[in-house]
Design a protein around this ligand. Structure first.
Ligand code: LAG
Ligand code: CA
Length: 467
């Protein structure tokens, strides 16, 4: 179905890591749309390899561009995109276009039944054959591995993790990749998280982007590229801005450092910390790789994890993501799946999936983020010791206490006089608040207690006058 709804103007991305299509569809309808999320990032929708034990990372080994995958059928995918659009939510797909399956894999089973053979570099459903992949040359290493992560040719034309590296210099390969992405755009997809974008030459990516259609809701697809930092020059995140935005890994690691240290430092959080410009940054608290490497806060970090999302949504830097995956013991653990590896429906109530996007405070901060759009940070306060507060102009105010004891303070909120709903602990319903309220007086001051490891956030006045 063609999308009828118009976008709600939100920009926050819910990264629903490996949720199946039916579950993404319900989440758009029941949670993401109502809470004001602007988009959902979904798993790679192309057919992938199927391996014994079904590790989660199967989906990063494409075997065709058919849309039957671990997350559901093509029909379910298309229905999911339509449902999200009906809820006013855009859909960004994880685009695995640097490579196909691993040359070190022997499985010839895919989720949609397409024939392929990693050992022969053969993917007949595309079709790709041996000449559609980088060999040696251009990769200077005979084992086709990357030895020097600062060498442009090796990083972009050798094999990442033994994954068969597509010859993206060729017109044919560029056409096949663009054709796949345009099929997704035709289904209603609004943008792409480009997997392993650092490993695709900028000229190749630029050519592919130039071939993309406009989206159903109008305008160019939103492209945000996975560029792991650490290399310089042509391999640094900034070198990829010509083709779109970049995922801000430096933001994620620095944010974690402050929440594990002293968040009073966040007063200057921005480009001076080494981030890409706000309009090129897709910022995040964590993602599936980072939570597995334990280099950022994760769902195991309780209030710090929650408060980091509150800060990210309040600060107004970049395009924020809220990450919602599943709990795991072993790094390779798959989400819950049936015997054939197809991911089963998400259950937010059985301690398996984290469902961070539904957390009352985080979900309501999406509305706070939308209500304060375009407003500058003002009224900064900190106690030098892990408690901060600030407003966004006169539209919203937040206090975050990352310390171990409650803080009571009379704050300058920047808000007009009135009674406000604390959206961290309550939902606004008409002129009521289901949780605690805060009174702001005629000079914009409010006396508030922020509990240890907690936050208070105000943006919606439930009465127009001070009490
Ligand atoms: C990414 N971004 O650039 C993804 O965020 C990351 O999760 C992907 O790795 C990677 N790039 C390739 O798309 C994941 C797993 C890897 C896994 C890979 C392919 O983190 O562990 O590699 O997906 O499935 C696995 C094995 C490797 C093996 C490879 C090829 O772990 O040992 O060489 O498969 O068979
Ligand atoms: Ca490459």
């Amino acid at each position: 179905a063609q999308a009828a709804a118009t976008p709600n103007g939100g920009d926050v991305i819910a990264n629903l890591f490996q949720w199946n299509w039916n579950s993404v569809a319900s989440e758009c309808t029941d949670v993401l749309g109502p809470k004001g999320y602007g988009a959902v990032q979904v798993a790679p929708p192309q057919e992938s390899i199927s391996l014994p034990g079904h590790p989660w990372w199967e989906v990063y080994q494409p075997v065709s561009y058919h849309l039957n995958s671990r997350m559901g059928t093509e029909a379910q995918f298309r229905a999911m995109v339509a449902a999200c659009h009906d809820a006013g939510v855009k859909v960004y797909a994880d685009a695995v276009i640097n490579h196909m399956a691993g040359s070190n894999q022997s499985s010839t089973t895919g989720y949609g039944g397409s024939a392929f053979s990693p050992s022969a570099y053969s993917y007949s459903a595309v079709p790709y054959g041996k000449s559609d992949f980088h060999g040696s040359p251009p990769c200077p290493n005979s084992d086709l591995g990357i030895n020097d992560w600062n060498n442009v040719t090796q990083v972009q034309e050798c094999q990442l993790l033994n994954l068969e590296d597509l010859n993206t210099e060729s017109d044919y390969v560029r056409g096949k990749i663009a054709g796949y992405l345009n099929t997704l755009i035709g289904a209603g997809v609004d943008g792409f998280r480009v997997d392993a974008a650092k490993h695709i030459a900028q000229a190749d990516m630029g050519n592919i982007v130039s071939r993309l259609s406009d989206t159903q809701w109008g305008g160019r697809p939103y492209v945000y590229q996975e560029i792991f930092p650490g290399s310089s020059g042509q391999l640094a995140p900034a070198a990829f801005e010509g083709n779109g935005s970049v995922l801000e890994f430096t933001y994620a690691s620095k944010l974690t450092q402050q929440f594990n240290g002293n968040i009073a430092n966040l007063k200057t959080f921005g480009p001076s910390w080494g981030f890409e410009p706000s309009d090129k940054s897709a910022v995040m608290v964590t993602n599936h790789d980072l939570e597995r490497d334990r280099t950022t806060l994760t769902y195991n970090d309780g209030s710090k994890y929650r408060l980091a999302h509150v800060f990210e949504l309040a600060w107004g830097y970049g395009t924020p993501q809220v990450y919602a995956g599943y709990r795991f013991n072993n790094k390779d653990d798959s989400p819950p799946a049936d015997g054939n590896g197809f991911v089963t429906d998400v259950n937010c109530g059985n301690n398996t999936w984290t469902c961070t996007d539904r957390d009352q405070g985080i979900a309501n901060m999406v509305g706070w983020h939308n209500a304060t759009k375009g407003q500058a940070v003002a009224n900064w306060w900190d106690n030098g010791n892990n408690a901060i507060a600030f407003s966004r102009g006169s539209k919203g105010w937040v206090a975050i206490n990352n310390s171990g004891s409650a803080v009571t303070q009379t704050f300058t909120t920047g808000l007009a006089a009135g009674t406000y709903c604390d959206v961290i602990h309550g939902d606004v319903s008409g002129s009521d608040c289901t949780g605690p309220t805060v009174s702001v007086d005629g000079s914009g001051k409010a006396t508030v207690t922020v509990n240890a490891g907690d936050a208070v956030a105000l943006h919606a006045a439930t009465t127009g006058t001070a009490s």
